[in-house]
Design a protein. Structure first.
Lengths: 203, 256
């Protein structure tokens, strides 16, 4: 009994440790990364220093992603953000063989299908950057300010559902955070519970 | 693919009695490998939600959520149900419900069913119930009795929570949590604790559950509501009121 108990607490302790490493936090520097985008170009977060960056976790097969793309919600937010000089990086951390995993061509077809306009669509098939940011759901959103500080992490909006009907009643957090940052203010909402499909990480 | 979930609206008794609360339930029958979600779904997912359309004077309560199970998919923690499960809901029957009359109760239900991939679902369900006399009360359905006997138990234990660094510690005084082996705990409120199982210890004989703080934690609420699942006994419901970490510091850990 004693031995089992000791092992159990050891496991719990290592879970805490994993949590501490994986988590990013509001007000702290957003960890840097480099990923290849759907057109084969390297994309490095720190190269965008001086501009606000939105990170959006994506899985083209997930019904929650459908909700926000078919309705035009995310494409609309991307168009508004990028036309205002914000960098929007869509990231896919789905492992090979799992739902929503795409190659560059698949990603570009997805972008074209929904008239989406991210700055780039990044491929993270080994889940390295997803784990680095603790991305849990699709969608899952992060906003990094011009100095490289994380200012928002969480859900796309305030109503957790797979229903397009809820969009008109929901507060869209990313446009709100971007407007606050543009006005030189601290974002009024800095975290929210992300909702959606689980990110389809590999083993 | 067959449907991931079959859902039906059921009643504990075939007849209602005016002025007496009745139990309705959503019976969820999951296809093998599929699950739906608890009130706090965990790292991803969505809770099952229901909107009622009721005859005049009737009222429903919240879902009396059964003890959830933990599902770990691709390293993410989810809380919910698999197999055949009943979500009970209390129905208030007005005192002036006319014996002999028939009432129709409608439930509009939305859920998310996942195995690894997820499929949202929605259904509008209805059940017709007859208002009878108190003497002609029918036998309750066995599934409701089972749900009641396995539901998380409210008890006489008292509990406080403290924020200690990046952890939240919950002291549960008066509850039998055994030696802590194979305990699990689920928070009703999201954004407070990380979704990993708790670390168990005894501090001066008092069971303490320690959780990593959620990375989405923002502000200390008044209380944390937990369902603590015990391997060999019914789960318990724990309402832990937050107290300042430096007040009433617990006794140092006992040497055993």
């Amino acid at each position: 009994m004693k031995l089992t108990f000791a092992l159990a607490s050891g496991l719990a302790a290592s879970l805490f440790a994993a949590q501490a490493i994986a988590a990013v936090s509001i007000g702290a520097p957003a960890p840097d990364f480099t990923l290849t985008d759907s057109n084969g170009n390297a994309q490095t977060l720190s190269h965008y220093k001086g501009r606000t960056v939105v990170l959006e976790w994506n899985n083209p097969g997930c019904p929650f992603v459908h909700k926000h793309y078919e309705s035009g919600n995310i494409p609309h937010q991307q168009a508004n953000a990028t036309s205002a000089g914000v960098v929007w990086l869509t990231i896919n951390s789905g492992a090979a063989g799992k739902q929503g995993n795409v190659d560059g061509r698949g990603a570009n077809e997805f972008i074209a299908q929904y008239h989406a306009s991210p700055t780039a669509y990044l491929l993270d098939g080994d889940g390295k950057v997803g784990h680095l940011y603790g991305a849990k759901t699709t969608p899952h959103l992060f906003v990094v300010d011009a100095s490289g500080t994380l200012r928002y992490m969480g859900g796309i909006d305030s109503i957790a559902s797979a229903d397009k009907d809820d969009l008109s009643k929901a507060t869209q957090y990313v446009p709100q955070v971007l407007a606050d940052l543009k006005a030189g203010k601290s974002p009024s909402v800095t975290t929210s519970q992300p909702y959606g499909c689980g990110v389809k990480y590999g083993p | 693919m067959s449907e991931p979930l079959a859902i039906t609206l059921v009643s504990a008794r075939t007849t209602l009695t005016a002025g007496q609360p009745a139990m309705l339930g959503l019976r969820l029958q999951h296809a093998a490998g599929w699950h739906t979600y608890w009130v706090n779904p965990g790292d991803s997912g969505l809770p099952t939600r229901v909107n009622w359309t009721l005859p005049h004077g009737f009222k429903t309560g919240e879902i009396a959520w059964p003890t959830p199970q933990r599902f770990t998919v691709d390293g993410l923690a989810n809380f919910g149900y698999e197999g055949d499960v009943l979500l009970p809901v209390l129905l208030d029957v007005p005192a002036d419900a006319r014996p002999g009359s028939s009432v129709r109760v409608r439930a509009s239900v939305k859920w998310l069913a996942c195995h690894e991939e997820c499929v949202p679902g929605a259904a509008t369900l209805a059940i017709d119930l007859r208002v009878g006399s108190a003497t002609a009360m029918s036998e309750p359905d066995a599934a409701f009795a089972r749900a009641r006997s396995t539901a998380p138990e409210n008890g006489v234990w008292s509990s406080v929570a403290r924020i200690v660094g990046d952890r939240i510690e919950v002291e549960v005084r008066g509850a039998d949590l055994g030696d802590g082996e194979r305990l699990d705990a689920f928070a009703e409120q999201p954004k407070l604790i990380a979704n990993a199982p708790p670390q168990f210890s005894l501090r001066g004989g008092v069971p303490v559950l320690a959780f990593a703080k959620s990375e989405y934690f923002e502000a200390q609420p008044k209380a944390l509501d937990l369902v603590v699942a015990r391997p060999h006994a019914r789960a318990i419901r724990v309402h832990a009121v937050f107290v300042a970490a430096d007040l009433a510091r617990p006794a140092p850990a006992s040497p055993n």
